[in-house]
Write a protein that binds this ligand. Sequence first.
Ligand SMILES: [Zn+2]
Length: 239
Amino acid sequence: MLKFIGSGSAFNTKLGNNSAYYKVGNQMLLIDCGSNIFHRIKENNVLEGIEHIHVLITHTHADHVGSLADFIFYSYYCHGEMAKPNVSVYSVYDVKIEELLAINGIIPEVHCITKKISSDIQYKLNFCKVLFERSSHVQEIPSYSIELYIDDKLIYFTGDTNSLKASLRTPIESTKVYDYIYVDTCKADYEGNVHLSLRKLSELVSPNVRSIFWCMHLDESFDRHEAEMLGFNVVTNEF
Ligand SMILES: [Zn+2]
């Protein structure tokens, strides 16, 4: 369903930072824009045929927003009509994205459009519905998961997290039946981990519902085969 520009964790330079996209006509949804994502977008012509990009931000760690300013400036000056904003950035009120963009020289409503959203309330874009939910990640900054309703599919994208909300553990019995659940998963497994280890994911999700789970944000030692043998899917990069 979602396509991935990068599917790695912060230091997984081979897979690139975790970032997903989906195109509907001439509109594109982009989830996060980490340090090496602008480079991958440009090198692979991801914006071909796209007139407006809607960027959803999960949190402000560099592997999720590190090249957002480059991406906005590029879109403003070099993609589509010159000097006309064609990027909208959506984030929850306590995610300090405007401050981050400001110190990069980006002026909201000039270079891009910024939209602040309340968590736990569904927000309608013209081609999908979005709902941000707080996730458990680090103390220093807030982090959000995203529920997406797009093309008649209900998707859950955990963002960075070290746990799963209860309704995701038994999704078939839940009132919301997800079609795809994308989950931050790593091989690293230690006390205090701010990401979710494959071992912990296996403990939380029973085998009969694993087929709708897609591991993403993979660290370098992540064993794709091991995850697949356990019944999970693992995302692959488009490029
Ligand atoms: Zn993070």
